[in-house]
Design a binder for this molecule. Structure first.
Ligand SMILES: C[S@@+](CC[C@H](N)C(=O)[O-])C[C@H]1O[C@@H](n2cnc3c(N)ncnc32)[C@H](O)[C@@H]1O
Length: 291
């Protein structure tokens, strides 16, 4: 196993953090890469004179150079993204799961505490991507049958591999299809559904930061002309699939929540429509119950 002195790693860390700041990147990425490459956190770095590396030091340094020059997301470079208690596999073609999306699982947990019957039955993650939400649900609700759906074959392959890495008490069932087309057999049978659908208005796509615009899949981002196209499909059809009292919960972009609430109101079959904020205070989550 390769060994490098703590002083060298510390020196590299200071320089890489400086480069990150100069390039407008989050310097915490450096610590994350060190944790990945060296298997040590910054406290251990200070304490250890010699560090036994988890991976070749040259590899971590190369990845950091590519991060700076190509602006490729670090998660794609290392092939992993931390999300809740998991370290999920990611690769091009699959959206990198975001920390704010973790809140969906907390919201489900809060709802289950209020209404314990929600812990049973069938749950669906629409647009599962890396499988993050499906996996979060399946571990939170061991008695439920969780389904994860996506139209992307690459996403489903990665999601299934993540479920093998963190096997839930009850295996997730994966479905491929264009939204509801993939789960027609579940009509009237869902206890709850969650979704983080594509919601960026098409005209904004060219102005996204390079990491997202150049590397993340358009299919996961493009929400149509006004960003609400997927929400219309999810709101309109869900009452056919949700059992009475079933839970509807989705993530939206900051500023979209009132419009999504309006779609739910107009549909007419939902009650208890509420908006919830992310940790930064942005109103990002919309929750409703089928009447
Ligand atoms: C914003 S990503 C969310 C991925 C994952 N749930 C997460 O939170 O990290 C949206 C996902 O919806 C999928 N998707 C887009 N259009 C779809 C459609 N018509 N039917 C099914 N899935 C779709 C994309 O492939 C992508 O994986």
């Amino acid at each position: 196993m390769e060994r490098v002195s703590g002083a060298i790693l510390n020196q590299w860390r200071a320089e890489a953090r400086r480069q990150a700041l100069a390039e407008g990147l989050d310097p915490q990425e450096v610590d994350w890469l060190l944790q990945w490459g060296a298997g040590v956190d910054k406290l251990q770095l200070r304490l250890q004179t010699q560090v036994s590396l988890a991976r070749p030091w040259e590899e971590a340094q190369n990845l950091w150079r590519r991060r700076l020059t190509e602006r490729r997301p670090l998660q794609y470079l290392v092939g992993e993204a931390p999300w809740r208690q998991f370290c999920l596999q990611v690769r091009p073609g699959v959206l990198i799961p975001r920390p704010e999306t973790e809140r969906i699982i907390d919201l489900v947990q809060e709802q289950v505490e209020l209404t314990p019957e929600l812990a049973q039955g069938n749950w669906l993650d629409l647009g599962t991507g890396s499988g993050a939400l499906a996996l979060g649900l399946a571990h939170l609700l061991p008695e439920a049958q969780v389904y994860g759906l996506d139209c992307s074959a690459v996403a489903l392959e990665v999601a299934a591999s993540n479920a093998r890495r963190y096997p839930p008490p009850r295996p997730i069932r994966w479905r491929r299809g264009d939204w509801w087309q993939g789960v027609l057999d579940l009509k009237g049978q869902l206890t709850g559904l969650v979704s983080n659908p594509p919601y960026i208005p098409r005209g904004e796509l060219p102005h996204l930061q390079r990491e997202v615009r150049d590397y993340e899949p358009v299919l996961a981002l493009d929400g149509g002309e006004d960003g609400l196209e997927s929400f219309r499909v999810l709101v309109q059809k869900a009452p056919e699939f949700l059992a009475p009292g079933g839970l509807w919960l989705a993530e939206a972009m900051a500023g979209q929540a009132p419009a999504v609430c309006q779609l739910l109101e107009n549909q007419g079959e939902y009650g208890f429509i509420t908006i919830h904020s992310d940790l930064a205070g942005w109103e990002r989550f919309i929750l409703a119950r089928r009447r």
